[in-house]
Design a protein around this ligand. Structure first.
Ligand code: C2E
Ligand code: SIN
Ligand code: SIN
Ligand code: FE
Ligand code: FE
Length: 404
């Protein structure tokens, strides 16, 4: 038995292992793995890099110090890549597939075979000192990424070196996480492929559009939930499912004719009526199936074009399988499910800030004015406020998932 790792700690580790197996969304999974690794090693920050096109791309960042600073959260959406070589610790660990413990990143001995990449510290005004970096290795010894844990803290919140016990536990999480990450990545890929099929039809429904709408939605939800003192576990549970459900808000467009989807310029009344059916067609795809996100995805698909003042569509519907739909009065206010109100805001923001086949993208100031003006009309006023209170995060997401 390793000193310091008592029975109850081991039990806790096993429980976490079990929990990790239940998580579906890849970001939720990375969040949890990193959180647990940091909790065990009492450290201030950490990141997970995943291997993409022979490079390490930063996929998840946590940083307690930065998050407390004003607008620190935007650094969590940084978008940087590291080559697999000895210029950085992360790159070196990916290259050697071995754990690496550093007591002070700014006092590296000249003889060590790796360097320290200071670009993040410099950008974020953060100081990295003690660093524990471990490879994420899946079956057949395949490298899928690297986890880096930064600045272990003692009881006085001073930065101290990592202990070998930390290395053991963090490496254990990394090992277990690797398999789960592969599984979650596959789920995300299948969803994106579904969306890819829609994309063949609708040139605007790109992977980057849905990635952005998914990310905006979970951030708006988080802010709303914090304002309402929703428990952290509940927030995480919703976020796990919300991202995917939000990404799928427009899948119903697969059933809409090409002439409408690809029409340059405005739709006439009849065409718009056809187009509006995408919310019902989308909801149908998720009815009577069994995965965890189906109910939420159906609710969002059906209600994402309802408006706070009741002027949206499709309105109250008795049977989504009835083909004779005609627009009636819309749902109003909190009759519209919260998550659909959130996706409505995220979707319109993204539609306005992007180019569509029927319209150019709007300048940022115009979009901001429009959202404010629609507060209480199209959008839930409280959500518009939540949105603007995290506007720097929204912009960072936009940067991260730029158009491809
Ligand atoms: P979308 O392009 O993803 O747009 C989503 C929503 O963003 C729209 O829902 C609308 O609320 C908002 N939006 C987008 N562009 C504008 C704009 O220029 N001005 C304003 N004020 N709001 C905008 P909506 O109207 O229910 O449309 C649903 C979908 O129908 C759109 O999804 C798009 O695929 C299609 N569509 C709507 N209008 C037109 C059009 O004039 N021409 C074509 N070809 N398609 C359209
Ligand atoms: C980074 O570039 O942020 C990672 C630091 C390192 O591994 O050298
Ligand atoms: C909820 O608490 O989840 C819904 C309340 C609302 O729709 O604002
Ligand atoms: Fe839509
Ligand atoms: Fe959309």
């Amino acid at each position: 038995m390793v000193s310091g790792l008592n029975k109850s700690k081991v039990a806790a580790i096993l429980k976490i292992t079990e929990d990790l197996n239940q998580i579906k969304d890849i970001d939720s999974l990375l969040d949890r793995v990193l959180l647990e690794a940091r909790r065990f090693s009492r450290s201030d920050a950490g990141s997970i890099y995943l291997l993409e096109n022979q490079k390490l791309r930063i996929n998840y960042v946590q940083n307690d110090t930065l998050i407390q600073k004003e607008s620190g959260k935007k650094y969590l959406y940084q978008n940087h890549e590291i080559a697999i070589n000895d210029k950085s610790m992360a790159g070196y660990v990916a290259m050697t597939k071995k754990n690496l413990i550093i007591d002070d990143a700014y006092q590296l001995d000249e003889t060590v075979p790796y360097g320290f990449n200071r670009s993040f510290d410099q950008q974020a005004l953060y100081q990295t000192r003690s660093v524990l970096t471990v490879p994420l290795i899946a079956s057949q010894n395949r490298l899928i990424g690297v986890m880096q844990i930064i600045n272990s803290l003692n009881e006085q919140k001073e930065i101290v070196p990592f202990r070998s016990e930390d290395e053991l536990v963090v490496a254990y999480f990394a090992n277990h996480a690797a398999g789960c990450i592969e599984k979650a990545k596959m789920t995300r890929e299948i969803i994106l492929r579904m969306i890819g099929i829609a994309e063949l039809r609708d040139p605007e429904e790109t992977g980057s559009h849905v990635n952005r709408v998914g990310a905006y939605s979970i951030e708006i939800y988080s802010q709303w939930a914090q304002n309402h003192n929703v428990a952290e576990v509940e927030i995480k549970k919703i976020k796990d499912v919300l991202r995917i459900a939000a990404m799928l808000h427009d899948v119903g467009k697969v059933a809409i004719s090409d002439t409408l989807l690809k029409k340059r310029g405005s739709l006439n009344k009849d065409e718009f009526l056809q187009m509006q059916r995408h919310v019902i067609l989308g909801a149908r795809l998720f009815k009577n199936s069994t995965s965890d996100w189906d109910d939420m995805a159906a609710e969002i698909a059906l209600n994402h074009h309802e408006k706070w003042d009741g002027s949206g569509y499709p309105g109250k519907i008795n049977d989504i399988f009835d083909d004779h739909w005609a627009p009636g009065p819309g749902k109003k206010g909190v009759e519209i499910p919260l998550l659909a109100r959130i996706v409505a805001l995220a979707d319109v923001y993204d539609a306005l800030t992007s180019q569509r086949i029927y319209k150019d993208c709007w300048p940022e100031e115009k979009v901001k004015r429009y959202l404010q003006e629609q507060k209480g009309k199209h959008f839930d006023p409280e959500l518009v406020d939540a949105f603007f209170s995290i506007y720097d995060v929204i912009r960072a997401i936009q940067n991260k998932y730029g158009d491809n």
